[in-house]
Write a protein that binds this ligand. Structure first.
Ligand code: HEC
Length: 160
């Protein structure tokens, strides 16, 4: 084998390694789980840190009880997330991106996994409509206290 051929082989090998490396990068950075900024609940998609719990309004306190009984198993204490479900105190669930309707719909119909990789959320028919409103109020008050949004319009579900 001549030195020239050796160099060509080496160049080819480097080239191939570079392409494979880029493919691997693409494969890892792609996927369905977008990386969102997460000011309120830690920086990772699945690893929320501490959620600040504000002084809750009356409907929010009732919502907290209903949430703990029906949602916290997956969404965690203070909606901070668990390994079964995402944090709801998270930028992607702010009122403009996931309006209150998204909560009513999630409870009524369940959720097909789309933002995360926890799997689907089953419907929760045992939760009354009134309790869903209180749960929304609770989550919105948590979100607001954690800087997810700042206008009072987002607290509509807390109005009597
Ligand atoms: C068995 C686990 C589980 C329980 C219990 C559960 N959830 Fe979920 N929930 C999930 C998972 C997982 C997702 C994320 C689906 C995705 O987008 O990948 C989710 C997503 C959501 C969303 C986002 C919906 C959307 O449009 O993207 C809302 C709102 C929500 N849950 C509210 C609730 C409320 C309120 C309760 C209690 C009444 C509750 N969840 C109980 C697992 C659960």
């Amino acid at each position: 084998m001549t030195p020239v051929m050796n160099r060509q082989r080496l160049q080819f090998a480097i080239c191939l390694a570079t392409v494979l490396g880029m493919l691997a990068l693409l494969a890892c950075s792609g996927g369905d789980t977008p990386q969102y900024a997460n000011p309120g609940a830690g920086s990772g998609d699945t690893a929320p840190s501490t959620v600040i719990v504000p002084a809750l309004s009356e409907p929010a306190q009732a919502g907290q009880a209903a949430f703990n009984a029906n949602c916290a198993l997956c969404h965690g204490a203070n909606a901070a997330g668990t390994n079964l479900g995402p944090p709801l105190v998270h930028k992607i669930y702010e009122p403009n991106h996931h309006q209150d309707f998204a909560f009513r719909n999630a409870v009524q119909n369940g959720v097909q996994s789309h933002h995360w990789q926890f799997g689907n959320m089953p419907p929760a028919p045992q939760v009354s409509e009134a309790d869903v409103e209180r749960i929304i109020c609770y989550v919105r008050e948590l979100q607001r206290a954690n800087g997810i949004f700042d206008d009072v319009a987002g607290l509509a579900a807390c109005q009597p």
